[in-house]
Design a binder for this molecule. Structure first.
Ligand code: UD1
Ligand code: CA
Length: 406
């Protein structure tokens, strides 16, 4: 077995979200929150993941279907974070390595923070290491208790704090690294004597210290990364922070984003150098855009869109599941769905693909260097030969292409 594994807690019923969907599946910039936590573990070098699921478990497992390095563990009753970890007892109690524990509702996690946590744990060799954060507004988070020498004493949950403890700004973002054997010896000792009547994982820390082991903390989590998403407000806040990160990364790789607050780009999108994203552009899903394109304003690009280089898409142009080859132009009010548009094609104002016949989706192909004049409707399935010039306002179908040509 590997010497390091991670447990991700994702079983909770989210009463504060008021949802019937598992909380960790709620999306931040197009991806489920849990996906970010899984990726961060993998980027930090941890392959084997034990994910605790309960509420909405079928949906969660389905989403990550096929990932062979995930072991799904069911927590049938949600009795708290300590209890959730206990559910791995059969699989992990004898594992003689280190176990990271993270929460599936912390999408802003960064691999570098996990690396810092792991390095601290490896260099000081305590029984447990926590990564903490300092927040101006620590409300809602477990507070880190330290003695007058700064040594960590444990964690107290927000609801169990006295007024002095409430004022503590150092919080627990729930990034832990434990010596696995000590962890599982300690979990048995946790009792639910707190305001929520739950088995808190956070109680493991003071119990480990009481048993004579060393616990250390590293203030490694930036305030902007610490958020655990418990409500729809926090979900939207996390989305804004993540959107900022996505756009910053794109700008560093040479993409111009004219108006960042009025642009939304999915975490899975890829955009090439010197492409300009004009305001009010919305890019959702797995979308690839090449170099030197100009997209928007008010463009809507959807799942499965591939845009090659030097493409211009203007106002109110929607593209779905289509490939637009080099130098395509669709400047005004077009819908391009399930299509392959050849090199240099000009799609005139308001020209659209009619890709759905009421029963099924059909595909459209437009050959290189064609010009589709404004207001034309291309009724799929249809193939327009290269170099065609379609008259304005044509309703083109597979039979009448020749009549519609200029
Ligand atoms: C928890 C921490 C708190 C920390 C905060 C950081 C505890 C007791 N408290 O509080 O110190 O500051 O996270 O965001 O750990 N879960 C289960 N099974 C359960 C209960 C919860 O799998 O029985 C999962 C949830 O799905 C969630 C995670 O554990 O992903 C954390 O649970 P949550 O209820 O959100 O804990 P917080 O109150 O936020
Ligand atoms: Ca939480």
């Amino acid at each position: 077995m590997a010497d390091k594994v991670a447990i991700i807690l994702a079983a909770g019923v989210s009463s504060r979200m008021n949802t019937k969907i598992a909380k960790v599946l709620h999306e931040v910039c197009g991806r489920p929150m849990l996906a970010y936590v899984v990726d961060a573990c993998r980027s930090a070098g941890i392959e084997k993941l034990y994910i605790i699921v309960g509420f909405g478990k079928e949906q969660v497992i389905e989403k990550f279907n096929g990932d062979e390095n995930i072991v799904w563990i069911e927590q049938t009753e949600q009795k708290g974070t300590g209890h959730a970890v206990m559910c791995c007892k059969d699989q992990l109690a004898d594992f003689d390595g280190d176990t990271l524990i993270l929460c599936g509702d912390g999408p802003l996690i960064r691999p570098q923070t996990l690396k810092t946590l792991i390095e601290k744990h490896q260099s000081e060799m305590p029984a447990a290491t926590l990564a903490t954060a300092i927040l101006d507004d620590p409300k809602g988070y477990g507070r880190i208790l330290r003695d007058s020498y700064g040594n960590i004493q444990g964690i107290i949950e927000d609801g169990d704090c006295n007024p002095q403890q409430k004022a503590i700004k150092e919080v627990n973002p729930s990034y832990y690294c434990f010596k696995n054997k000590v962890l599982f010896e300690t979990l048995d000792k946790i009792t639910p004597d707190n305001v929520k009547n739950e088995y808190y994982l956070t109680d493991a820390l003071h119990l480990i210290i009481e048993a004579g082991h060393k616990v250390v903390a590293v203030t490694a989590v930036a305030a902007a990364d610490a958020m655990g998403v418990n409500s729809r407000e926090q979900l939207s806040e996390a989305g804004k922070i993540m959107q900022g990160r996505i756009q910053d990364k794109l700008m560093k790789t040479g993409v111009t984003i004219v108006d960042p607050p009025n642009t939304w780009i999915d975490a899975r999108a890829k955009i090439g150098q010197d492409t300009i994203i004009e305001p009010f552009t919305y890019i959702h899903g797995v979308v690839t855009i090449g170099n030197n394109c100009r997209i928007g304003p008010f463009a809507y690009l959807r799942e499965g869109t591939v845009i090659e280089n030097d493409v211009v898409l203007g106002v109110f142009t929607e593209v779905k599941n289509s490939t637009l080859c080099d130098s395509v132009r669709a400047r005004h009010h077009s819908y391009i769905g399930d299509a392959k548009i050849g090199k240099g094609v000009d799609v005139g104002a308001g020209a659209i693909t009619a890709n759905y016949d009421g029963k099924q989706i059909n595909t459209t192909q437009i050959g290189d260097d064609s010009y589709i004049e404004p207001g034309s409707i291309l009724v799929a399935p249809i193939q327009i030969p290269a170099g065609s010039h379609i008259k304005p306002g044509s309703v083109v179908n597979a039979e009448n292409i020749e009549e519609c040509k200029k």
